[in-house]
Design a protein around this ligand. Structure first.
Ligand SMILES: [Fe+2]
Ligand SMILES: [Fe+2]
Length: 374
């Protein structure tokens, strides 16, 4: 009899424990979205919109910190975000009052999401976690951040507030990555007959044209990341010339058929060299910047929109600059003459819609050329 009672009691206690299992409870609550049922957790101060933290909040010491910091409660609801945080995530207004994973859910790997939940609810690793996030909000360049999460106060049984600190490593990562490819570009420039600041100007024109297309109908793929990437990767268009023999690259006068065949290989060589670059745009530009709208370009005679948008943009930027420059086979063209040449090649060489946009902003192309003369 005593054993039966003890068993019933133990099973009963176990059931109570299971019912209290925070992860399950949290998930059920999140699904239910019922404010009343959240009463089992610490009280929620946050309401959607701006908030001013009181002095007892863990975020208070970080209010004017240069580090983006926010605080959440045990339900993973955002309580406060300091001004550095608001500045970093300008694409997301009013994060306060929202659930952390409703705002940042897509920024973490599945394993990280699980660990963050277990850290907060089960106290895994002494209520602390660190990891990486790729945070992308509308109209914002993707932010790469090292994320640190820790309990604000461990003196009680279960901490009620947690601090999340973001270390923005976007620029650091970008600088490191781009410096490697810049070295490659410098090496290729030693061989190429494109002189001086050609590649810098092609970056600027391409960026400008992409900016002008941003938010225009039919150009959904152009966002802040696209603009940022093309503004660097356009300069890589001829990196494959590092594999082109010098006598062909620097030949005075026209190339014969065989030499042209070798010359055209620079597109495929460039794509091969840039295949390790994390963004596929690098490869697209190198491979397709000599394709033509009417399908007569190289290396694959792609036609129309089969040619990647990034390559269609760089193609106009590259030709504009090449025409403006003095080459061994031609004098420098004026801005007006260059415009006429590009207009003539609308629908044969270039995407006609892009040419229209180019014509609208051609004054900026001229300014970029003048400001960055060799
Ligand atoms: Fe090229
Ligand atoms: Fe070029």
């Amino acid at each position: 009899m005593f054993v039966q009672i003890l068993t019933i009691l133990l099973v009963g206690l176990y059931m109570v424990e299971i019912q209290k299992e925070p992860v399950d409870e949290l998930e059920a609550l999140e699904e239910a979205g019922n404010e009343d049922e959240l009463g089992a957790f610490v009280p929620v101060k946050a309401e959607k919109g701006e908030s001013t933290p009181d002095f007892s909040s863990a975020i208070h010491p970080f209010l004017n910190s240069i580090f983006p910091v926010l605080s959440i409660d045990r339900e993973l609801r955002i309580l406060y975000a300091n001004s550095a945080c608001q500045r970093l995530f300008t694409g997301y207004l009013n994060m306060v009052g929202n659930y952390f994973f409703d705002v940042f859910g897509k920024s973490f790997e599945v394993e990280a999401v699980r660990n963050i939940r277990n850290t907060i609810i089960k106290g895994q690793n002494g209520y602390s976690w660190k990891g990486d996030a790729r945070i992308k909000f509308k109209d914002m360049v993707t932010v790469l951040a090292r994320v640190y999460l820790f309990a604000a106060d461990l003196s009680g049984k279960d901490p009620g507030e947690f601090v999340i600190m973001f270390d923005d490593v976007t620029e650091e990562n970008k600088r490191l990555l781009r410096s490697v490819y810049m070295s490659l570009l410098e090496a290729s420039k030693l061989k190429d007959n494109d002189t001086g600041r050609h590649i810098v100007r092609v970056n600027y024109y391409s960026r400008r044209l992409a900016e002008a297309l941003h938010h225009k109908a039919g150009y959904d793929q152009i966002d802040a990341d696209f603009i940022d990437h093309i503004g660097f990767l356009a300069s890589m268009h001829d990196v494959g010339k590092i594999g082109t023999p010098d006598d062909i690259l620097n030949k005075e006068g026209p190339l014969n058929d065989w030499e042209w065949t070798i010359m055209k290989e620079h597109t495929k060589n460039g794509a091969f060299i840039l295949s390790t670059y994390p963004n596929p745009m690098a490869k697209e530009i190198a491979l397709s910047h000599h394709e033509r709208w009417n399908g007569t370009g190289y290396p694959f005679q792609l036609e129309g929109e089969m040619i990647p948008l990034s390559a269609r943009i760089v193609s106009i930027a590259d030709v504009y600059d090449a025409l403006r420059m003095k080459r061994s086979y031609k004098p420098p063209f004026s801005h007006e003459k260059t415009i006429r040449e590009i207009e003539k090649a609308r629908e044969t060489q270039f995407d006609p819609t892009l040419v229209n946009m180019f014509l609208c902003i051609s004054g900026d192309f001229n300014a970029i050329y003048e400001e960055n003369r060799d």
